[in-house]
Design a protein around this ligand. Structure first.
Ligand code: SF4
Length: 389
């Protein structure tokens, strides 16, 4: 990983009516012409996201969205994508053309920001004169580098005010000097020649927090435990939870990669409560297996094969499984008895929490892969001890 992954960046998104100058603003903030700029309405069809370093704030991701009020035939589809972006936005910029300010559209969007608890700033483009009614609005002319710099400094200031500290998987859970053993199975599911993102992230997290990381397969875990003087925590791939829990002595903390990721990005208590719904499943219960990326699947895929098989065996019931993959998490989930989500390593915290909220609003319990596997193996209490739960 050469750069901070998008899932760990603060997501800033630009919203506004078509032709409000969003793409020009996007390019100006990035300092390069990445989005197509045109006077023609609706030029931005799909959201465009780019990594952005806001020094001294830190890594961010900037997204240019399709314009609101798009009455073209594709308008509705574009609005669905804009809604998906809203669900992962940490901070919003509302762009409005100062000489054509659609106050009603702004007030409507302001309500949406408030509903989603997204702080925002109003930026007037295409003119140096902001509307008198909105003195807090920031006037930006993309041809005036000073006004773009001013916007950048306002963004950094506002983001620093809302930032809840750097996201760390282990920083608040273990002390400096701790030793962590990472258990990484090298089976047919493991990508050739590399580790997957949560594994790489955890190694980096150990280094950032002055901890020692030891990486082993489950087949060498016993030997590793015997050779190491002190192991404070074992973090395993959920797929080998049962084997690993039998090998790790009770006085060593144990959890999984997906539980550590979930603890950083989600409401962990909610995921644990969600797992308890497994005991209420009956014949015909409907379960949605949700993944936030569309990776290749295989005959031993954890979400499509292993967990469904594990749940059917544990409950002894005829369960019905549906599968959903990708960044679109819209739809009516009210017909489901349980949603089991992947670790969500490709999503930021805002998006994961919004997925939990959406399920809660529909009254559908939601848990994740690691928590569900720990639950059916009877080791959930042990694996959540590290989180003080
Ligand atoms: S399925 Fe989920 S946890 Fe697995 S790689 Fe994709 S986003 Fe990450």
């Amino acid at each position: 990983m050469e750069k901070t992954p998008l899932s760990l960046r603060t997501h800033i998104s630009i919203f506004g009516n078509t032709n409000a100058g969003k793409s020009s603003l996007f390019n100006a903030l990035l300092g390069q012409p990445l989005a197509i700029v045109s006077d023609k309405k609706g030029t931005t069809a799909d959201p465009v996201t780019k990594a952005l370093e806001l020094i001294p704030y830190g890594p961010a991701a900037l997204t240019d969205t399709a314009g609101l009020g798009d009455d073209s035939p594709l308008g509705e589809k574009r609005m669905e994508k804009t809604e998906q972006i809203l669900n992962k936005t940490d901070f919003a910029i509302y762009a409005a053309a100062a000489d054509d300010f659609d106050i009603k559209a702004y007030e409507e969007m302001k309500l949406r920001f408030e509903e989603k608890k997204i702080p925002h700033i109003l930026v007037f483009t295409k003119s140096d004169i902001a509307r008198k009614e909105y003195p807090d609005g920031i006037a930006v002319s993309v041809n005036d580098s000073q006004s773009v710099e001013h916007l950048r400094s306002v963004l950094i200031k506002r983001l620093s005010e809302i930032k809840g500290g750097e996201q760390s998987m282990l920083g608040s859970l273990l002390s400096k000097g701790s030793t962590v053993a990472l258990v990484v199975p090298i089976d047919s599911e493991a990508p050739k020649g590399r580790l997957i993102m949560p594994q790489v992230q955890l190694i980096r997290d150990c280094l950032d927090n002055g901890m020692c990381a030891v990486v082993t397969r489950e087949t060498e875990l016993e030997k590793t435990l015997a050779e190491q003087k002190k192991i404070d925590l074992v973090v395993t791939d959920s797929q080998v939870f049962k084997t690993v829990s039998e090998l790790v002595p009770d006085d060593i903390l144990l959890t999984s990669f997906s539980m550590l990721t979930a603890n950083m990005k989600c409401d962990m208590t909610g995921l644990i409560e969600g797992a308890k719904a497994i005991d209420s499943l009956c014949d015909g219960s409907r379960i949605l297996m949700a993944e936030s990326c569309t990776h290749n699947t295989s005959h031993e895929d954890i979400g499509r094969v292993k967990i469904p098989r594990m749940l059917s065996k544990y409950t002894g019931r005829k369960l019905e499984f549906d599968f959903k993959a990708g960044c679109d998490f819209s739809g009516d989930f009210s017909g489901y008895d349980l949603v089991i989500h992947c670790g969500g390593c490709m999503l930021n915290s805002k998006a994961m929490r919004n997925r939990q909220l959406l399920c809660a609003e529909k009254g559908v319990p939601m848990t994740n892969y690691g928590v569900a596997i720990a639950f059916v193996n009877g080791i959930l209490d042990r694996c959540t001890k590290i989180f003080g739960l």
